[in-house]
Design a protein around this ligand. Structure first.
Ligand code: PLP
Length: 382
């Protein structure tokens, strides 16, 4: 089949990034966040590579029951945490696939207990505490009682965890306040002789810049995929894992004054060589890049002209006359001396790099490579 677009995933970059996590945490353990199809990188392949790469990856974090089941059906046996919990009517699937739920409602406990008894099995949970994100979780002051109640019902609380709202900022006052709330619960439990095997809060930002938050386990997502969430420069050499390439499907020379693409928002000012590239917003390539972004053709940065369409984006490739139909251009990645990384797309479209990566449509087939040239996001290179 003629392939017009490809996502390449560098497993060596992924392993490098995992190593960077380890440089920060030493011997502590890693709950690798592979939700949202590993931020668009393919959860099964990424999870397998991470588990194989380090015995410190002892758990995987997903957002939904379906994501957990996909990993189990792919033969992954590592513990999996459903970080957003699951509805009561999904308890049978949860137990069947040995998934560990985040719990943040006492109403869940009797249902879990009843089902576990019926099946003669046990289920462990991680209690989610809202230390300041204002999203999921019970109030910190209820945590110790909740754990007692759960234990009394025969449902062991294996861990407590929380999530940072702004550990990516230079000012860590808010994150430290959240951390203090979790630490207070951790210490109260220890004093009662109820030390739990898991306590975790550190996302990528806190792994990089808030060592006190590492506890025994950390939960990296973004940094594994080669990007830093920090608002300032990242001190770690992370390698972007995903590269996107697409083919030239049309080439034509048009005279000055030619309108390009929907809405005729671009009119050529001179004779222009226009290339049609097989990627559009249906692939997750943001429409906000219309007249506002670049790709790399034969090592040169070339501008997007006109509106990004559903499946095609048009480039002014006048400066690259040797380009031919069928050639690959780099949409995200490095080519020659030029690099365009997902953080550049995020900056240009006023969003975050997470949204760019997660938005790449899984309809694009992925190629997993063991070896890749070491690269850095353009933001960090001078
Ligand atoms: C509960 C939870 N933990 C960890 C992470 C990983 O965060 P990051 O990708 O910033 O490392 C996320 C991501 O949103 C999350 O929702």
């Amino acid at each position: 089949m003629f392939q017009e677009i490809k996502v390449e995933i560098s497993l060596s970059a992924l392993k490098n990034n995992l190593k960077q996590v380890v440089t920060r945490i030493g011997q502590k353990k890693i709950i690798a966040v592979v939700k949202a199809d590993a931020y668009g990188h393919g959860a099964v392949a990424v999870s397998k590579a991470l588990i194989k790469a380090s015995p410190q990856v002892t758990m995987l974090g997903v957002a939904s029951l379906d994501e957990g089941i996909i990993l189990r059906e792919a033969g992954i046996r590592t513990p999996i945490l459903l970080m957003t919990g699951c509805p009561v009517d999904s308890i049978p699937e949860l137990m069947q696939h040995r998934l560990t739920p985040a719990v943040y409602s006492a109403a869940m406990l009797p249902r879990l207990n009843r089902y576990a008894k019926k099946k003669g099995s046990k289920i462990a949970i991680h209690l989610k505490v809202d230390t300041g994100m204002g999203r999921l979780g019970i109030p910190p002051e209820e945590a110790v009682d909740f754990i007692q109640k759960s234990t009394d019902l025969g449902i062991p609380v294996e861990g407590i965890f929380s999530h940072f709202a702004d550990a990516d900022l230079a000012n860590l006052a808010g994150a430290r306040q959240q951390l203090a709330r979790l630490q207070a619960i951790y210490l109260a439990l220890r004093e009662r002789g109820q030390a739990l095997p898991y306590c975790h809060i550190a996302n990528s930002a806190a792994i990089i810049q808030l060592e006190e938050a590492h506890f025994g386990h950390v939960r990296p997502g973004l940094m594994l995929y080669g990007y830093s969430p920090l608002q300032k420069e990242c001190p770690l050499p992370l390698d972007p894992v995903m590269t996107i390439k697409s083919r030239v499907v049309s080439l034509k020379k048009v005279p000055a004054g030619t309108a390009i693409s929907y809405g005729q928002t671009f009119i050529t000012k001179r004779e222009t060589l226009v290339a049609g590239i097989a990627i559009g917003y249906a692939d997750g390539y943001p429409r906000l890049l219309s007249n506002n972004g670049f790709m790399i053709a034969k090592g040169s940065r070339v501008p997007i002209i006109g509106r990004v369409c559903m499946d095609i984006t048009l480039l002014d490739v006048t400066a690259v006359p040797s380009l031919s139909v069928g050639d690959w251009v780099t949409v995200i990645g490095k080519e020659g001396n030029e690099a365009i990384w997902a953080n550049e797309l995020a900056d240009k479209t006023n969003t975050i790099v997470y949204e760019i990566l997660c938005g790449i449509n899984p309809r694009i087939s992925k190629i997993y490579r063991q070896r890749a040239e070491r690269t850095k996001p353009s933001r960090w290179s001078v």
